[in-house]
Design a binder for this molecule. Structure first.
Ligand SMILES: [Zn+2]
Length: 277
């Protein structure tokens, strides 16, 4: 059975790009008779504001989306679904990954600013430094030229993706999973089999599939990934990214709801996601 998810991060108000993506994800689940989950990524609790969390539920209600599983409202979220309480479990997975792949996964003292072309230039990889909160991060080394197979959901979709080269953070200096690792582990644990996201996340998808092969996260390796185009304005400018934050909540009017539906129809057709009959 197809299992997909809407996975907002409560670090800002949702924007029209998030709304279109949520609708497309709900349509994919419906089209396949699958399950739709809501997974709210609040690892970065410092940025998760109550207003942003409430905005997630209000936006889904406005769109007419009722997930099959996941938090029903903010208090249910805090009581049963917060990811922040699972940090220890994810840290264990990160440490296991490091032991299994000592040549690829290493601790690094370097800040993002001191990296050279996205890679550690200080030789941390050869030093086997301890992972110490506040002092070191865990990085995944990806040499140039790595490609990963990707399950092509539609005939036009690529069957391989290039993995961005560099030393990518897996575990942060503030002792939290980085986005890529947290996302793969959470989706794997939930049994997610399909993800709908914007083409601006192609590089993330490639890195996540590469990570899934190393962990291993066998379900994620087989995930049905649909990358839709981004919303553009009349002059071809980008209206919004599929990920990101905005300062104010959307004006949840019936008119905007109709426009979101129209955008979802136009972006969903090329990736095989039809609107409900
Ligand atoms: Zn380093």
């Amino acid at each position: 059975m197809l299992v997909t998810r809407i996975a907002p991060t409560p670090s800002g108000h949702l924007h029209v790009g998030n709304a279109v993506n949520a609708l497309l994800t709900a349509w994919l689940a419906r089209d396949h008779g699958g399950r739709l989950l809501l997974r709210i990524d609040d690892f970065d609790t410092g940025r998760a504001r109550a207003a942003y969390l409430a905005d997630v539920f209000a936006t889904l209600a406005w769109l007419g989306i009722t997930p099959d599983d996941g938090p029903a409202d903010p208090s249910d979220f805090h009581a049963r679904w917060s990811m922040a309480r699972r940090t220890g479990e994810f840290r264990t997975a990160a440490e296991r990954l490091r032991l299994a792949h000592p040549d690829d996964v290493f601790t690094c003292r370097c800040s993002r600013r001191s990296l050279v072309d996205g890679a550690c230039g200080a030789g941390c990889r050869e030093r086997a430094l301890p992972l110490v909160p506040g002092t070191t991060v865990l990085r995944l080394h990806v040499p140039p030229g790595v490609v990963v197979p990707v399950r092509a959901a539609v005939p036009e979709a690529p069957t391989t993706l290039p993995v961005p080269a560099g030393d990518h953070v897996l575990w942060r200096r503030d002792d939290l999973p980085a986005y890529q690792l947290g996302s793969v582990l959470a989706d794997e644990a939930l049994g997610v089999t399909a993800i709908v996201r914007g083409v601006d996340l192609l590089a993330s998808s490639a890195l996540q599939l590469h990570l899934a092969a190393l962990l291993p996260a066998p379900r994620f390796q087989q995930v049905d990934l649909r990358h839709h185009a981004l919303l553009t304005g009349p002059n071809g400018d980008k209206l919004s990214k599929s990920a990101g934050a905005q300062a104010h909540p959307m004006l949840r009017t019936p008119e905007l709801r109709a426009r979101v539906e129209g955008w979802a129809q136009s972006l969903g057709a090329p990736v095989g996601i039809p609107p409900p009959p």
